[in-house]
Design a protein around this ligand. Sequence first.
Ligand code: AMP
Length: 410
Amino acid sequence: MSSRFQAPRGTFDILPAGWEQRARVYAAAAQIFERAGYGRIETPAFEDRELFARGVGQSTDIVQKEMFSFTDQGGRGLTLRPEGTAPIVRAYVEHGMHRLAQPVKLWHWGPYFRHERPQSGRFREFNQIGAEAIGSDSPLVDAELIILLDELFRELGIAGIRLRLGSLGSPATRAAYRDELQAYLRQREAELAPTVRERIDLNPMRAFDSDDPGTRAVMEEAPTMLERLDDADAEHFAAVRAMVDRAGISYQLDPTLVRGLDYYTRTVFEFESDRLGAQAALGGGGRYDGLVEQLGGPSTPACGWAAGIERILLALDEEADEPGVDVFVAASEDQRERAFALVRELRRAGLRAELDLAERSLKGQMKQADRLGARAAIVLDEQQPAQLRDMTSGEQRELDLARAVEELGP
Ligand code: AMP
């Protein structure tokens, strides 16, 4: 027997029933974004490797070990995009969007790639929905973005949502805090887990994420970023919190919230669901006031988030509705062409219409109509005038084909 192929490890196929659910998430998001004036943007699935090295940060797990990178036939170093913000900022700079009215508000939906250990809710190719508002440092922007993501979760009816909110300050205060934290960690180095010790220089903030008991005890007494915010950053954070409060969204202040990407400044946030188990993060984001400049654009403040579509679907965990069929057109052999034309006419009129594509007998076709859950069937048989059958009650009567659309209307 020849060996069969399977989708690569950590990837999956989206079958029609699965797409139905995704389409519902997409439609809810599209409506929320449209009302709030966000335009849809789409960037390529791969970019220059350097964009992520510079944009996401050399010290991050993503850049250090999770990128699918390759060299193309022209010798260029490319990477399948692991995240959406750096590419969108690249597009903002490339298309001179700083000349438009600011902030430029964009949303996106598409596949992302990270070489992570596959498990429930964690894949190597996954899909994200995201929003970015580039060109304003107003706390209104941070609040609006948090509220939009909350609204999407509410609209979809996702239960058990928690929001964690923090601030990382501006680069200068963050750098000073980082020095202070590094000094503190060195002082208590003997109590830390080896992996945390190794990262003191590269990424000391990650020590807050550790599950190791010794490290946790040290981190409980560690100075936090929130205590070190300067006046302007503290004021910005207070304004964001006040607006999120007023929107009736509850949250937990988290002075240790560090997200796995280097570009964040000031506000950071993360939504979790208690329906998700170990991979609890539904989505999150924050402000990235330095990124546009870092990627070659003018100094431009910005804020955004991304949420995982597969995690949203896991949290929804509902049965997918099979799309219904309005009418099945069954035909005896010599009536097939008529049936084919009639189905086209019915579809043009907006009905979900199907016909036999497997040369079944008339009886077999009625069985197929039943299997598809068709509401009605039209029977074209040379022996008798066209019939309309109500598939639920089984009632059948003569049908004037010229009036078929009218008769079948909603
Ligand atoms: P991040 O860009 O890491 O902040 O991720 C944003 C969201 O994308 C997370 O909260 C998850 O919902 C989702 N996500 C990230 N990585 C994966 C993955 N490997 N598989 C599935 N979803 C993911």
